[in-house]
Design a protein around this ligand. Structure first.
Ligand SMILES: *[C@@H]1O[C@H](CO)[C@@H](O)[C@H](O)[C@H]1NC(C)=O
Ligand SMILES: *[C@@H]1O[C@H](CO)[C@@H](O)[C@H](O)[C@H]1NC(C)=O
Ligand SMILES: *[C@@H]1O[C@H](CO)[C@@H](O)[C@H](O)[C@H]1NC(C)=O
Length: 372
């Protein structure tokens, strides 16, 4: 039940909640890369052996582009010779828009990166990590056989052992180093198996009652997902692969509006840990095996280290929702209206910005929680 603060109650009164979620943003086609920020720095977050290049470098070296099929490619540089002690170029992009609690995000890919040293992810995070929470929808390392889903939060949120989900729980404490993790048990969720079966689709529902993640290999994607041009209704999807939520995690306390991130790093804090690396890629078990055996030299290890993404769509319970973007250290709120089939569905209208103005991040956190 929403208890909107007086300032915004008028906005929501004008847009009654619907049973289904309405499309508010679509990244697809030739405009796919509009609305993303490129990291433009070496990986100083997970200690991977990459430089996440800026937008110009990404374009000129074709590390991000739209292919002839109209799909977005996000890849590791697999053509440059990298001498010992240097890093390889890769990509980390994040959306300028933030999607609030009360959203569904659908990620449709025909190829995901994998291979020794490769650590890709499609994930979401709130402002001021880890305060706003983190949702890892697709993530894996090296030659792991399956996708791993996770949350990262401040302490106080955990995965319930009785959660209704088809995946296998590994870690239950969402504030631990690995986060709370669930391994996929549906077929073809990672690596060669995903890629050789036409890819697949992940859907993530972010609600106050919980965060659900579904996965379907291509042949199993339901019509209610493939035909969701304007609205989407998760009610027929059945038990999710992963469910994080009440009573063991208060989503409205640990999660604010989320931005999407697509990245690929190499080695680092997960893929490069000697025991993890050796488990599926062998090598001599040394600290440097991941780097020396893959990252340096001619890049032949990375022919499969790319995402090919058909589309990413975001839906929300209101046809007109708050979408936040960061500008000059502040979060700017604007409305987004659905415009199906267009990657620029987010047509910011001045009315809400005018009403709310520019809010400091801390104000937004209080503001978004007031809506829950
Ligand atoms: C990573 O590098 C960027 C760009 O230099 C910087 O703004 C950011 O604070 C750094 N983050 C960490 C965790 O060091
Ligand atoms: C599960 O968790 C344990 C302990 O945290 C860890 O050692 C193990 O590698 C994890 N397994 C997977 C498949 O994530
Ligand atoms: C690239 O490196 C691999 C492994 O070191 C080697 O087998 C291959 O011949 C190299 N290819 C080129 C074109 O240098």
């Amino acid at each position: 039940m929403r208890q909107a603060i007086p300032l915004v109650s008028a906005l929501f009164a004008a847009t009654p909640a619907l049973a289904a979620y309405n499309l508010v943003k679509e990244y697809s086609g030739t405009d796919f890369f509009q609305g993303w920020d490129y990291y433009g720095n070496f990986d100083n977050l997970t200690n991977g052996d990459v430089t996440w290049v800026d937008q110009n470098t990404a374009a000129s070296s074709k590390l991000t582009y739209v292919n002839d099929a109209g799909h977005a490619i996000v890849k590791v540089d697999d053509t440059s010779f990298v001498p010992f002690n240097q890093k390889r170029n890769s990509i980390r992009v994040s959306t300028q828009d933030y999607f609030p609690v009360g959203s569904v995000v659908v990620f449709d890919a025909t190829h995901v990166p994998f291979g020794c040293s490769v650590w890709p992810s499609f994930w979401m995070k709130g402002q001021d990590w880890p305060n706003g929470g983190e949702i890892d929808i697709f993530e894996g390392v090296n030659k792991m056989p399956t996708n791993q889903m996770a949350l990262h939060t401040q302490s106080g949120c955990s995965l319930s052992s009785s959660a209704k989900q088809t995946g296998k729980v590994n870690e239950t404490d969402c504030s631990s180093g690995t986060g709370c993790t669930v391994l996929e048990s549906q077929p073809n969720s990672y690596g060669d198996d995903f890629n050789n079966n036409g890819g697949g689709v992940w859907a993530m529902q972010l609600e106050t009652s919980g965060i659900s993640i579904w996965f379907w290999s291509r042949k199993d994607v339901p019509d209610s997902v493939t035909s969701a041009d304007k609205t989407i209704d998760p009610s027929s999807w059945g038990t999710p692969s992963a469910f994080f939520g009440s009573p063991s995690c208060d989503i409205s306390k640990f999660f604010g509006p989320q931005q999407m991130v697509i990245d690929i790093t190499l080695c680092g804090d997960w893929a490069g840990v000697p025991a993890w690396y050796q488990a599926t890629c062998g090598g001599d078990g040394s600290q440097s095996a991941c780097y020396v055996d893959n990252v340096i030299n001619n890049g032949t290890a990375y022919s499969d280290a790319y995402f090919e993404i058909s589309s990413i769509k975001a839906y929300s319970t209101d046809s007109s929702v708050l979408v936040a973007s960061v500008s000059g250290g502040s979060i700017v709120l604007a409305t987004a209206t659905a415009s199906p089939g267009s990657s620029s569905a987010n047509s910011a209208s001045g009315s809400v910005s005018g009403l709310l103005g520019v809010l400091a991040a801390s104000t937004l956190a209080a503001f978004s929680w007031a809506l829950l």
